[in-house]
Structure formats: C-alpha cells, structure tokens
Design a protein around this ligand. Structure first.
Ligand code: HBI
Ligand code: FE
Length: 289
C-alpha cells in the first residue's frame, strides 16, 4: 500500500490524491473475490446490521456482479444523500481525508484483497471501503454525521488533538453499535465487512459494550490488529449527529488534555455498561502472542 512519500500525492494521482478507479483493469478473479465476500456478508447481516445499513445495501445492488463501478454507484448514492465515492491509491493524509468528507466525498481504495486474505487485512480495500461504508452513506442522518466529522477534523488540525478525534471515528464509523427495538445492531464498517467480527461484536461474551459518551470515547485507545475489546453503543444516528454538532470541541480538547487516556478494556464507574465483558478472547490471544 502507501509506499509513497506522504507530503504530496503519488505519481498519477491528482492534487486531492484521487485516481481514476480504472474499473476495466480489474481481473475476473478480482470481481469473483468481491462476489464471494458480498454473498457471505450479505447472508450474515440480516438481524445483525442496523436497519439503515440494510436499507443502504440496496445502493450496491448494481446492474452487473463484481466490484462496483463508482460512476454507476455514484448515480445512486448522489441521488440518496449527495455523497460520492472517489478512488485513492491507499491511505491519504488527514487533512486531505477530512476535506473530502467535509465535501461529501468518501475516499475508497481501488484495490481488492488477495484470495488468501478473505477474512482479514489491515489496510482498507474496495470491499471494506465500499461494502462497509457506502450503505451507511445512503442514510441521510448518517451522511450528515460523516460530513460534520470532516468539518470537525479540518477544525481540529490546529488543536493537535487528532488522536482523540480519530478515536471518535474508530468507535462510531468503523466499530459502532446502535440500540434498536430488536436489540443491539451493527453499523460500523469494520464490523459489517468482517466475517468474524460481525458475529463477535454482538454475540461473544469477551468485549465490553458501553453506552456511547463522546468524552469517554475520545479518551479510549483502540487496537487495529484484532477484534475490539470494547464497543460503544449509540441510541440513534440523530443522537450521534446532535452530540457531535452541538459539542464545542475546543473546551473538550482542553479537558481531554488533562485526563489520562484509557486502555481499550478499562472501565469507569460512570460507564453505562450493557455487557461487562470477560476479556477471555483478548487474554487467550495475548498468551499466543
Ligand atoms: N485515508 N484512504 C484513507 N482512508 C481512511 O479511512 C483514512 C485515510 N486517512 C486518514 C484517516 N483515515 C484518519 O485520519 C481517520 O481515521 C480519522
Ligand atoms: Fe473504514
């Protein structure tokens, strides 16, 4: 992935780091990899993913099987919420990322994982970025939350608190749960695009599940190399959007600078716990490592 210098776009990319998707360059095997992953995840998600995600999945039901052609996908997504998907070669700098989000452009990797990486890879490929993120971007309230996050990100660049703001993205956009009438449901893209974690996050006794609190989340470190040890649960997307838009982040960052960070499995007296995790999964993995 990103083997290029990070202060300017790589060769062949535009000033905003976008590249053509070059849909015609995908191989038959690439498209088949998408189809395998799509069939497997979309069978798993009814009853697990939230209503907004399952509704949004329809924007991905395109005229041909295989990796979506962003031009065709964008017609539907644009009509739903005014969002677009743009292709990038890999990770992009934070300022570039936030600027795209603030302007309702979601950056998506244009490569797809290899066949021996069906279950897990660390860098975001087209399956994670499109299957994981795009259905939620077809929801009007979530779409506004993502754009608000981008604006907040641009503002926060001057505060030196990006690590804190990145935790909000991680524990909502990537690994969030939401409470619905039927029980807990998934909306985080990192979970809905993962065969293992889409079951683990809801069913496993190991992780803590805690009611979302903005300040609490922004204090909590996360792991990028394994299933999460804690999931935060929002009440609704309206509530998440409202908390993010109505919070004055400058005093929040100032408070956070004086508070110690929390480890992923730490608990506070003030936490509203929905499930107290055993942390057995993390302990077993630590033994092996
Ligand atoms: N670049 N392509 C890409 N995808 C991301 O999710 C991404 C990024 N650059 C920065 C970034 N995310 C982070 O700043 C966010 O996690 C906050
Ligand atoms: Fe992601």
């Amino acid at each position: 992935m990103a083997d290029h210098a990070f202060d300017h776009p790589p060769h062949g990319a535009a000033a905003d780091w976008t590249v053509p998707q070059d849909w015609a360059a995908y191989t038959a095997e690439d498209h088949e990899t998408w189809d395998i992953l799509f069939a497997r995840q979309s069978a798993l998600l009814p009853g697990r993913a939230c209503a907004a995600y399952l509704r949004g999945l329809d924007v991905l039901r395109l005229s041909k099987p295989g990796i979506p052609d962003y031009a065709e996908l964008n017609e539907r997504l644009m009509a739903a919420t005014g969002w677009q998907v743009v292709a990038v070669p890999g990770l992009v700098p934070d300022a570039v990322f936030f600027d795209h989000l603030a302007n309702r452009r979601f950056v998506a990797g244009n490569f797809i994982r290899r066949r021996d990486q069906l279950d897990y890879l660390q860098e975001p490929d087209v399956f994670h970025d499109v299957f994981g993120h795009v259905p939620m971007l077809a929801d009007p309230v979530f779409a506004d939350y993502m754009a608000a996050y981008g604006r907040g990100g641009l503002r926060s660049l001057g505060f030196g608190s990006l690590d804190k703001l990145a935790r909000l993205y991680w524990y909502t956009v990537e690994f969030g749960l939401v409470r619905e009438a039927g029980g807990l449901r998934l909306f985080g893209s990192g979970i809905v695009s993962s065969f293992g974690e889409s079951r683990f996050a809801l069913d496993d006794p190991s992780p803590n599940r805690i009611v979302f609190d903005l300040e609490r989340v922004m204090r909590t470190r996360y792991r990028i190399d394994d299933y999460q040890q804690v999931y935060f649960v929002i009440d609704s997307f309206e509530d998440l959007l409202r908390q993010t838009v109505e919070t004055d982040f400058a005093p929040l960052y100032a408070r956070l600078a004086d508070l110690p960070d929390l480890g992923p499995a730490d608990l506070l007296d003030a936490d509203v716990l929905l499930t107290r995790g055993t942390q057995d999964y993390a302990a077993a993995r630590a033994e092996v490592a």
